[in-house]
Design a protein around this ligand. Sequence first.
Ligand code: DC
Length: 236
Amino acid sequence: MPGITGAESLARCIAIDGPTASGKSAVGRALAEALRLGFFDTGLMYRACTLAVMRAGTPTDDEPAVTALVRSLPLDMRWPEPTEPHVYLDEVDVTPLLRTPEIERAVSLVSRIEDVRAELVRRQRAIAEREPVVMAGRDIGTRVLVEARTKIFLDASSEVRARRRLGEELDSGRTSTFDEVLTATRRRDELDDTGHRALRPDQAASGSLVIDTDAIGIDEVVARCIEVYRRANPAT
Ligand code: DC
């Protein structure tokens, strides 16, 4: 962003963490819209790397090969609209290819690899130094944007998260049951819980605003986040 330094850009970002289906995307999009900042969904980067790994036929348990591939990837994130992050592999927009069941299954295996995470953290920081963003993921406040003034941790019970996910799946024409989605949500939590990610409130970055979204609606969550952001960045 013209007129501010990379350090100030990182400090102005909003970091959002929380487990799968805790509302990070819905809240992140609403904040992006209200504050005119890009919504940076870091899960899309892990998914794009997983697509590249699958295309190359690299076995996900061959960590050095997966890491070497990820390090070589021409990967970028851009925003045609602040609320709509698009991810590019070699200048090709792969965003529509990233929500398939195959990627859903493999992405946890790729995102568990520490050297892959270190590489993506480096790239996410480089993008956030260009312009302030609303960034959502699992390690944003604790590792990617340590210096962000606004850190949010969204929590919700596995039942509430499964109900939300089920709604999304039914809307997109899939015929899942609640029990299937609940089992998948809990399995995803287990796979994601490698000790390096903030999935529970006790793992949130210090200074985070922790919000339990079981009981309150998205509008109230967003209003609280905007208040915290404005207090932390009075000049914007
Ligand atoms: O948020 P999502 O479901 O699109 O995330 C996809 C996968 O990437 C999931 O296994 C968690 C992982 N992930 C991560 O480890 N760290 C992030 N900052 C974002 C996502």
